[in-house]
Design a protein around this ligand. Structure first.
Ligand SMILES: C[S@@+](CC[C@H](N)C(=O)[O-])C[C@H]1O[C@@H](n2cnc3c(N)ncnc32)[C@H](O)[C@@H]1O
Length: 405
């Protein structure tokens, strides 16, 4: 028999990286303790769109195999009483980011036409005007087009350095010169057969060889928003593409550096950091974001600090000689399909142990588009399974402990 219990953190491996649920207006100490340690902070806060976003998630084995059924949930709300409230949040986010950075670290703030100008003023005040490096225009084609004015087809990403001695290596993000638009330059082939474009200025010839890289400028048109059916999509609203975060993080970090995102959402920044062998720490006010981010991260060396989901649920298990069978979860979430089965209610589960309110994970199984089926039967002495952590299809995480009968 397992009983549902509360845990205040979950630890995987050495627990070094962090996923924290909390509000940036009063950041938890796990985040403030990182002051002066981050090499790069990226922020993609609400844009003040006034929207209430919806979130979707595949449901059960069929959903993860075929893309439907999906369940729909309330996402985060991008609503503020007024610009004053929004500016207050933004200022707090920027100040917190500033304090987290190492002296040679850099900061990105991702916004759109609504608040980018106000953000620039706030960043100038917090970082100092001289620390402004550039604003990147991320241009895309998705979304509708206006007939009343030129369509709004870009986001603005502000880039600031913590000090003039910042670290940034643009040679880590070379672009293939041959894919770049050729302008008025003349084309030629040299003695070795290498193709180039050239221009003569004040009697001097400048050659740009096709086989030499070119580095990105500040208008990016080569990264699109995620398409509806992109396998990268998590169903979390306003998810950014990994390719964008990789381009931002690569020049700003080295393996082992700490990357922080104070609004991690679906966890794009954290996944990009993990792919670059960086350490990471993420904060988000939405507890479901933690479950979504967790589902896309390698659960190595991670601590999750997020309250367990409220609401009782029953763990369905069977135990027989040398075999433990995880039958799923009994929950009465009205968002789940009427045909909901305990097994389909489950998106992931973990075995481990609980000590003083901390769940130490040992093994994890989760659905993915690649592996829609969940491992359910374990060949093990059932008594060895002391505690189980579950994630249901709504992203609610619950801990269960074997009760001493
Ligand atoms: C634009 S989304 C981030 C999306 C993310 N970059 C991604 O790729 O999935 C903004 C996030 O900010 C979070 N957020 C809003 N207000 C917050 C606050 N006061 N403290 C922490 N997070 C907040 C929301 O829950 C939401 O997940």
């Amino acid at each position: 028999m397992f009983e549902q219990v509360g845990v205040h953190r979950e630890v995987y491996g050495n627990g070094e990286n962090l996923l924290v649920c909390g509000n940036v207006m009063s950041p938890p100490e796990e985040i403030t303790n990182l002051a002066g340690q981050a090499q790069c902070v990226y922020l993609d806060p609400p844009f003040m769109t006034g929207e209430k976003f919806e979130r979707t998630r595949p449901y059960g084995e069929k959903g993860w195999k075929k893309g439907t059924p999906v369940v729909r949930f309330k996402g985060y709300e991008d609503r503020f009483a007024g610009e004053k409230d929004y500016r207050k949040l933004l200022r707090k986010m920027v100040k917190t980011s500033w304090s987290l950075l190492k002296p040679d670290g850099v900061f990105y703030l991702h916004l759109d036409w609504r608040m980018a100008a106000q953000a620039r003023i706030i960043c100038d005040q917090v970082f100092g005007k001289n620390q402004f490096l550039n604003e990147i225009i991320w241009s895309y084609e998705s979304g509708g087009r206006s007939k009343k004015f030129f369509s709004r087809k870009h986001d603005t990403i502000l880039l600031y350095a913590r000090s003039r001695k910042y670290r940034f290596d643009i040679t880590k993000v070379p672009l293939d010169r041959s894919t770049k638009r050729r302008n008025h330059m003349a084309r030629g082939v040299d003695d070795q057969g290498r193709l180039y474009s050239s221009i003569v200025t004040r009697g001097k010839e400048y050659r740009y060889y096709d086989d030499e890289p070119v580095y990105p400028g500040d208008v990016w048109t080569d990264i699109s928003h995620l398409q509806q059916r992109d396998p990268e999509r998590t169903g979390y609203p306003t998810q950014k593409p990994l390719k964008l975060l990789e381009r931002l993080l690569l020049p700003a970090t080295e393996p082992g550096d700490l990357v922080v995102d104070l609004c991690f959402g679906s966890g794009t920044t954290l996944e990009a950091a993990q792919r670059l062998d960086c350490r990471f720490a993420g904060l988000d006010a939405n507890p479901e974001a933690a479950a979504i981010a967790l589902s896309r991260l390698k659960t190595e060396n991670l601590t999750v600090i997020c309250p367990c989901g409220k609401g009782k649920a029953g763990l369905v298990t069977e135990e027989s000689d040398g075999r433990f069978f995880m039958g799923g979860l009994e929950t009465d979430n009205p968002a789940f399909p009427a045909s909901a089965t305990p097994a389909d209610n489950l998106e992931a589960w973990e075995t481990g142990r609980i000590e003083e309110g901390v769940f130490y994970a040992e093994q994890t199984w989760r659905r993915s588009f690649r592996y829609p089926e969940l491992v359910q039967a374990l060949k093990t002495d059932p008594e060895q399974i002391r505690a189980v952590m579950t994630t249901d299809a709504a992203g609610i995480r619950r801990a269960f402990r074997r009760s001493e009968e």
